[in-house]
Write a protein that binds this ligand. Structure first.
Ligand code: C5P
Length: 219
């Protein structure tokens, strides 16, 4: 066995949702428990990697050996990712909100006229990293899909210019659940993994990352 296969590697993981405040007491967000991303961060650390985990608002414990940076909004996540560079690999698991609101400074009162939310686009952290001069050697995105999972993930891989997309079938009870069914979409094709626990997905993905970062041994 080679338990420290990722020793000397610095790997970035984003996880969880982002919260985009509407006012001091309200926000919009995507659904995400953060569990898959946290499990991946832990599995990479278990293989010896130095792991920086940029986490949106979740109530999960920090996995052993992981450096965690907590953020709230997508713009804060983008800044934290930028500050974590350079990295050998990045695995972007976070369910980043696509828009933010021009937040009110004071709580909006219910008795007032019903407010209209004016949304502005958030930075695409993954696409920005893909175009960055500091693009990691291995850049991995996630895609949560409810239908035509592989087809959408294949298109997303090309559009975002990333190495792998881990396509997540969220048509069942994956959100907040214990298990996950994923397809690994690379330039060479698609690997479909059996439905398994999120910790097992994380361990298998960490081994796959170690394989990719390790030059093939000469015969
Ligand atoms: O385009 P879509 O949001 O489906 O892409 C999902 C992938 O892109 C995930 O890896 C997610 O973490 C990343 N992403 C990001 N910043 C955004 C939106 C998505 O890093 N603003």
């Amino acid at each position: 066995a080679k338990p420290q296969r990722l020793a000397g590697r610095h790997i970035l993981v984003t996880a969880g949702p982002t919260h985009e405040p509407i006012d001091p007491v309200r926000y919009i967000a995507n659904r995400s428990s953060g569990r898959q991303g946290f499990a991946i961060a832990g599995a990479l650390a278990a293989l010896g990697a130095r792991v920086t985990l940029v986490a949106g608002p979740v109530t999960l414990p920090t996995p052993a050996g992981v450096t965690r940076i907590d953020v709230e909004t997508a713009r804060e996540m983008a800044d934290a990712v930028d500050r974590a560079l350079p990295v050998d690999a990045a695995i972007m698991v976070a369910a980043v909100a696509d828009w933010h609101v021009d937040a009110a400074v004071q709580k909006i009162k219910k008795g007032d006229a019903t407010p209209t939310l004016s949304l502005s686009e958030n930075p695409d952290i993954l696409a920005t990293l893909a175009r960055s001069p500091q693009r990691p050697a291995l850049l991995i995105g996630f895609a949560a899909e409810t239908e035509r999972v592989v087809e959408h993930a294949t298109a997303k891989r090309a559009r975002k210019d990333v190495d792998w997309i881990v396509a997540n079938d969220v048509s069942g009870d994956v959100m907040g659940g214990d298990s996950n069914s994923v397809h690994i979409v690379t330039k060479d094709g698609v690997e479909s993994w059996p439905r398994q626990g999120k910790d097992a997905v994380a361990a298998q993905l960490a081994r796959r990352v170690a394989d990719a970062l390790e030059p093939a041994q000469p015969m």
